[in-house]
Design a protein around this ligand. Sequence first.
Ligand SMILES: Nc1ncnc2c1ncn2[C@@H]1O[C@H](COP(=O)(O)OP(=O)(O)OP(=O)(O)O)[C@@H](O)[C@H]1O
Length: 220
Amino acid sequence: MFRLFCLTFFDRHPMIRFKDVSLSLGNKQLLKNFNLRIGKGDKVLLAAQSGSGKTSLLRLILGFTDPDAGKILFNKKALTPENTQKIRRQIAYLSQDVDFPNGKVSEVFQEIFQFSANKHLPYSETMLREKLSAFDLPESLLSKNTSVISGGERQRLGWILIQLLDRPVLLLDEPTSAMDEKQKQRFIDYVLKTKKTVVCVSHDPAWQIPEMKVITNFTP
Ligand SMILES: Nc1ncnc2c1ncn2[C@@H]1O[C@H](COP(=O)(O)OP(=O)(O)OP(=O)(O)O)[C@@H](O)[C@H]1O
């Protein structure tokens, strides 16, 4: 009975919450008194039209952009300059162009797992090799520079990275745009199976499935 009460009580608090958020960029009002509650484990699809502010909404969650009005709360705490760093450590962000730092793939991955935020995670080149094979990527990719790999390879490498980082929240910006149908379906299946909280931006109808809470408009 007590447990039931706790679950019901805590379920009322979303993991990520937009509370009356307004945002303008340039001369364009993107969000106006926008409210959204994203619960732990929810799968949200941002499918509003191009230029409506989907990427900007992800950037608000990461604290890269500040709202003009309103608040963004993460586990009930409003985002502030003091806590954004800590909050970002709970988020894996796959940006639209999956911009890896410049360098050899093997070295870039090595470096990422030496950051203080990631040092505690198990990582080895053997693990990376196993992932490459599971994702139909050749081992020769390890010695290539990140600046010369193809868009599809880049997206799959990004997908490998977010799996290895194992963070509770995934923010995905057009994560499957350069994948073939088989890879795309595998990615969607992974998102549906994971217990993580996922906010995904995509125009692709393949993402418009009942398990996703679809948002097509940010202004009232
Ligand atoms: N720093 C900025 N300064 C001025 N305008 C900006 C800035 N960043 C984004 N914008 C504009 O804000 C609007 C929303 O951009 P955003 O990238 O969030 O849209 P989007 O919905 O993700 O678009 P798309 O689906 O085409 O990727 C666009 O018109 C964009 O040009």
